[in-house]
Write a protein that binds this ligand. Structure first.
Ligand SMILES: NC(=O)C1=CN([C@@H]2O[C@H](COP(=O)(O)OP(=O)(O)OC[C@H]3O[C@@H](n4cnc5c(N)ncnc54)[C@H](OP(=O)(O)O)[C@@H]3O)[C@@H](O)[C@H]2O)C=CC1
Ligand SMILES: N[C@@H](CCO)C(=O)O
Length: 442
């Protein structure tokens, strides 16, 4: 057997401590699978005195992760701190420059600096492995970067945030409030340090940007992703979706179009009988469409200590085995600049829920405005009694004179929908911000 592979682990939170425990408890088995011992030499976290449920006296302790990242005692720096700047970024850069391989679960860091870090790693002949950064325990990076290399990929989409899917599932199944569900997701270790990154869709965007780059051979480009989170989804939308044969999921979608690559993150109506609609709780699913494979969908736990540690350790084993792959699947120098498809040209079906004054003619006026934009309606329903219970929390006594008009359109464009909504709002019948949810062709 070769010399042990010496590891330094920075970050001993939900993911870090699970990874450390598994590396210790599976030491023999991992050594056999890697043909090499994996030895944790050094650890780093903020608070040395925190009880982490494991004896840490056998590891060298570093308060400064940058110092650990450059120490001669380690071969591989494992970054499990988080954040797109500060100690995580400083330590990753320092590790690469010191010739250490890097493993990270940090999608925020990769979405912001991934192109540059990939170049830096190539210059220093080291790997950056980041299986845990996208979809937790699902080996989707390996699937796209290695398993599907002979495919021309046309679309990648999926549920990429465990926290949001957990919240939406529990709101739907148990009728709980958004806030209650989010608190539980935080307690279970699923949410980001700042959970607005989850619920506003940023975390999904970070992951999507990484997948897009790997799938289409473009530079990572996160800032131009069309982004809507789940905070505006109400029990009334969830009830309407169910009645109309859909479920609401936060999807990240990247697809090739004639004008460029469309990247979008938004709550999405998916048909109840589709595979993606069956994905509940913290589970994630990623569907990949390519010319050789047709379509495959991978699903599994998207967050949580053990599931994420599984991906971190697989990355370590790859390094121990000597497997070297360019971080973004091809040399950084040949990645194409990202060409954005305009969101206004997006084509699809739409769900709209409009809270309107309960007056004669409103219904017909809305239908006319849609017709002006050549939008065909699959259904248009007026709801008062049906959603009364769900609406209680968001209404007051004035709402006695209001009702919801729920519309489902056939295929149209984002531009047509936006124009129709502007005119409907300017007609003065709508008494609250219109709710618009895109329907995905699956
Ligand atoms: N939680 C999950 O399910 C998943 C998380 N990720 C990603 O993994 C990474 C870690 O997430 P998670 O484990 O949840 O985060 P936690 O907040 O649970 O843990 C963060 C760790 O970083 C340590 N830390 C913070 N600042 C410093 C510093 N300056 N120097 C050294 N250590 C520091 C903390 O120390 P201390 O404990 O002393 O406070 C803590 O141990 C993030 O990038 C996250 O996005 C990816 C997939 C799933
Ligand atoms: N906060 C993230 C962790 C996994 O990346 C999620 O809920 O999916």
């Amino acid at each position: 057997m070769s010399d042990p592979l010496k590891l330094g682990l920075a970050g001993l939170g939900t993911v870090g401590i699970s990874a450390l425990k598994r590396l210790v408890s599976m030491e023999n088995e991992l050594a056999i699978k890697s043909s090499r011992a994996l030895r944790v030499e050094a650890i780093s976290a903020k608070n040395k005195n925190k009880d982490r449920g494991i004896d840490l006296t056998g590891f060298d302790w570093y308060t400064d992760p940058v110092e650990m990242a450059t120490s001669d005692k380690i071969d591989v720096f494992v970054e499990l701190i988080g954040g797109d700047s500060g100690p995580a970024e400083d330590a990753v850069r320092a590790a690469i420059k010191a010739g250490k391989h890097v493993i990270t679960a940090n999608k925020a860091l990769l979405a912001k600096h991934g192109n540059e870090l990939a170049k830096l790693a190539e210059e220093h002949n080291v790997s950056i492995n980041f299986e845990a950064a996208v979809a937790g325990g699902i080996p989707v990076i390996k699937a796209i970067r290695e398993g599907l290399t002979s495919n021309n990929i046309t679309r990648v989409y999926g549920i990429l945030n465990g926290t949001c899917n957990y919240i939406l599932t529990r709101m739907e199944d148990e009728g709980l409030s958004f806030e209650e569900c989010l608190k539980d997701a935080q307690r279970l270790g699923y949410a980001e340090a700042d959970p607005t990154f989850d619920v506003e869709g940023n975390d999904t965007a970070h992951k999507l940007a990484i997948l897009t780059s790997l799938a289409f051979g473009h530079e990572i480009e996160v800032d131009s992703i069309f982004l809507e989170g789940i905070t505006s989804i109400t029990p009334a939308d969830i009830a309407a979706a169910e009645e109309l044969g859909y479920r609401i999921k936060l999807l990240g979608v990247a697809q090739k179009t004639d004008s460029g690559i469309e990247q979008r993150v938004h709550p999405t109506m998916v048909p109840q009988d589709s595979a993606i609609a069956q994905i509940d709780g913290v589970t994630n699913a990623v569907a990949i469409e390519g010319d050789a494979i047709g379509s495959i969908t991978l699903s599994g736990p998207g967050a949580g200590g053990d599931a994420t540690a599984s991906a971190v350790i697989a990355d370590i084993v790859d390094i121990a085995r000597g497997l070297e792959v360019k971080p973004l699947g091809r040399p950084a120098s040949v990645l194409e600049p990202y060409k954005r498809a305009r969101m206004r040209a997006h084509e699809g079906g739409y769900y709209m829920r409009l809270k309107v004054s309960d007056q004669p003619g409103v219904f017909a006026s809305i239908a006319n405005r849609m017709a002006e934009q050549s939008i065909s309606l699959e259904s248009i329903v007026q709801r008062k009694a049906k959603y009364k219970v769900e609406q209680k929390s968001e209404t007051n006594s004035k709402d006695k004179n209001h009702q919801d008009v729920v519309l489902i359109t056939y295929e149209t464009t984002e531009l047509a929908i936006r124009t129709a909504i502007e005119t409907i709002v300017s007609d003065g019948h709508v008494v609250a911000s219109p709710q618009v949810i895109r329907i995905e062709r699956l």
